[in-house]
Design a protein around this ligand. Structure first.
Ligand code: ADP
Ligand code: MG
Length: 242
């Protein structure tokens, strides 16, 4: 589904991604962790073309992200992305947040889009809040709306960049629960997170990044079942967060 091949990226003279390669199969959940500044956000954003890269290739569902003739807006519409800051439209109601792109980008009718929105809001437990504005919701609720909004586009894969990092601790689980459900339904997911409990529970693979490199890329069992075999950098990082 997602193939990252020898991707390198520089900001000016500074290299931020260094020969990164991995593949994410259909229905697979991959957690990306690593110290701040290691390139996690940059890597995940290259997947839907939000960050250009100078070397290598990324193929998503058979389409080359970096190719000059690729219709990036069209590709992006098919890949859901959820950020640390929820990035909802503050002046639109919850329902309108979910309806807008369905109508504008997918060409659905208002009625069809509203029905899809209602069913997704049910699924994330927020139907009762459908007419509120984002500012009237808690952080955890806003993030669940953001996930529902991404799902409304019927994405082929979902990218999450530290979706719970900006939340108060008591709200982390309500968002992780939605993500656990999504994973169990077979969604292809790439998740940057330091929530190792979540990783252990749902990740098929764990990637550890350091200074722009993919240092570890192993199965859940390899990663958590044999921590002593991990690189020194990974062990040091994990000792600080576990
Ligand atoms: P992470 O998500 O792992 O914390 P990032 O992908 O955000 O790391 O950043 C990787 C590196 O790229 C960092 O050293 C960061 O300072 C640098 N970087 C990120 N965005 C920019 C930018 N727009 N211009 C220059 N350097 C950047
Ligand atoms: Mg980041």
């Amino acid at each position: 589904m997602i193939e990252i091949k020898h991707v390198s990226k520089w900001y000016g003279a500074t290299q931020v991604l260094d020969d990164c390669s991995t593949r994410i199969a259909h229905g697979e959940v991959v957690v990306v962790c690593g110290p701040s500044g290691s390139g996690k956000s940059t890597l995940i954003k290259t997947v839907n073309g939000l960050e250009p890269f100078q070397k290598g290739e990324i193929i998503v569902d058979g389409i080359s992200v970096g190719a000059r003739d690729t219709d990036l807006p069209k590709l992006r519409a098919r890949i859901g992305m959820v950020f640390q800051s929820f990035e909802l439209f503050p002046h639109l109601s919850v329902t309108q947040n979910l309806v807008l792109a369905q109508v504008k980008v997918l060409g659905r009718s208002q009625g069809e889009a509203a029905a899809r929105a209602a069913s997704l809001l049910d699924r994330v437990g927020l139907r009762a809040h459908q007419d509120k504005f984002p500012g009237q919701l808690s952080g955890g609720q806003q993030q669940r709306v953001a996930i529902a909004r991404a799902l409304a586009m019927d994405p082929i894969a979902m990218l999450f960049d530290e979706p719970t990092s900006a939340l108060d601790p008591e709200m982390v689980n309500e968002v992780l629960d939605v993500m656990v459900d999504l994973a169990s339904e077979g969604m292809t997911m790439m998740v940057v997170t330091h929530e190792m409990g979540f990783a252990r529970k749902v990740a098929d693979r764990v990637i550890f990044m350091d200074v722009g490199r993919i240092v570890e890329d192993c199965t859940n069992e390899e990663f958590f079942g044999n921590l002593e075999a991990r690189s020194e950098r990974a062990q040091l990082f994990l000792s600080k967060i576990l």
